[in-house]
Ligand binder design. Structure first.
Ligand SMILES: Cc1ncc(COP(=O)(O)O)c(C=O)c1O
Length: 415
């Protein structure tokens, strides 16, 4: 079946919301996507019918345990984990990263080095900076080019020394939209024996993750960015996870993933994450050509269908923005290079504050973010104290929404 945008939109009750008699335009997606009905139904089902603690010998507990196991298996398939037990969940990507930074850096010695980037969200910077402060580590910074909005891996290779213990890198930027060469970074990390920690929060709504191919040690993402509930997910290489000290109560076994799951599992969130993964796979069934019935193949087809559609929206958005005098797009603009970017587009306009544009759009029911979006280093490097405006289309947005937004941006910029 060809891509049926109306059918897709019908799955998302939020998209029917109106402001001043017109449908609201959701372009705030990089800060959190809307949720299909199936996700909420599964969360309701967990609360209504699977609401018991785990480990009991009675039916409701067994059902809850099955739900939890199934969500972990789905999470493992979502990232293509080579071994079971390698995925666990937590409150958010930020919470998971703060926790993991502590235990990962616990055996680093004063003077050991870590590499952070100027393109990352602060959630993949601050936890490592604080761990570095605690342990006396040296922090080295990987810079990106202001022309290509990409890293040069030679720069990364140049930063590595025999004391490099960890590289923290994002898969896709929440501002520039650049998809980074994680595989290349993985080769450099392995060559020097360093660990690679990948923030895939902004990649997961747009592309299939394959930790086995990436060659990283850890990868984190957040389900509310890919049509699920507010819950974070972490994959770690089994040998790495097993070697870490887990802070847990004594009654919990030392097996993975339980050793990193403190307290009672949030199974309604797990039901929602599982349903979000199934939702992406269902797009593959409807609009792609899955190579087989397995979840992984259906996910690949789902992402392929989304990417093809999103690239069309991205192209139209960027072309429109570049056609407005005084606007600068902060990211890759050449459609031939779109395989290296997701659909998140940030821009600035000469002499007009990002907040002024976002506010004018908001009056028209068009939701976009402005400011630094927690990517402090990017805007510091670009010398843009007020940050930018970020428009983030996803697979449920439309060409009409792009045009309506461009029209309004043009009016504001022209004054
Ligand atoms: C690239 C990136 N990393 C990390 C985060 C933080 O994720 P969470 O809200 O799950 O802590 C965000 C949130 O916007 C993000 O965009």
């Amino acid at each position: 079946m060809s891509y049926d945008i109306e059918r897709i939109r019908a799955n998302f009750p939020a998209l029917r919301r109106e402001q001043n008699g017109r449908p609201i335009v959701f372009f705030d997606n990089p800060a959190g996507t809307q949720v299909p009905r199936s996700v909420v139904e599964q969360m309701n089902d967990a609360m209504f019918y699977k609401n018991a603690n785990l480990g009991g010998l009675f039916a409701t507990s067994v059902a809850a345990e099955q739900l939890v196991d199934a969500a972990h298996r789905a999470g493992e398939m979502f990232v293509n984990a080579p071994r079971s037990g390698e995925v666990f969940f937590g409150q958010s990507m930020t919470t998971l990263t703060f926790g993991m930074a502590r235990v990962i850096c616990a055996d680093f010695a004063p003077g050991d080095e870590i590499i952070l980037t100027r393109m990352d969200h602060d959630a993949n910077i601050a936890p490592w900076l604080m761990a570095a402060e605690d342990r006396g580590l040296v922090v080295r910074w990987l810079d990106f080019s202001e022309e290509s909005f990409a890293f040069d891996l030679n720069d990364l290779a140049g930063l590595v020394t025999d004391r490099t213990r960890l590289i923290a890198l994002n898969y896709a930027s929440n501002v520039t939209g650049t998809i980074n060469d994680v595989e290349g970074a993985g080769r450099i990390a392995r060559a020097c024996g360093a660990q690679l920690f990948v923030d895939a929060v902004q990649y997961a709504p747009h592309g299939l993750i394959d930790v086995a191919a990436l060659g990283c040690d850890y990868l984190v993402c957040s389900a509310y960015k890919f049509f699920g509930p507010h819950y974070g997910m972490l994959w770690g290489r089994r040998d790495r996870l097993q070697a870490l000290r887990a802070y847990k109560v004594r009654a919990v076994s030392d097996e993975l993933p339980g050793r990193f799951t403190t307290g009672t599992t949030n199974r309604e969130q797990l039901a929602g994450v599982h349903a979000a993964i199934d939702y992406i796979a269902s797009l593959g069934d409807a609009y792609g050509h899955p190579a087989g019935p397995e979840l992984r193949m259906r996910l690949a087809a789902g992402y392929e269908a989304m990417k093809a559609y999103e690239d069309g929206l991205t192209g139209r958005l960027i072309e429109g923005l570049l056609g407005i005098r005084g606007i600068r797009v902060l990211g890759i603009t050449d459609p031939a290079e779109f395989r290296r970017r997701v659909s998140t587009v940030s821009f600035v306009a000469d002499g007009i504050a990002p907040s002024q544009i976002a506010s004018a759009l908001s009056h028209e029911g068009i939701q976009v973010w402005h400011g630094h979006n927690y990517a402090l280093e990017i805007y510091r490097k670009l010398g843009l104290a007020n940050g930018g405006v970020r428009i983030g289309p996803v697979h449920y947005n439309t060409v009409e929404e792009i045009d309506r937004t461009l029209e309004r941006v043009e009016t504001v910029v022209r004054g």
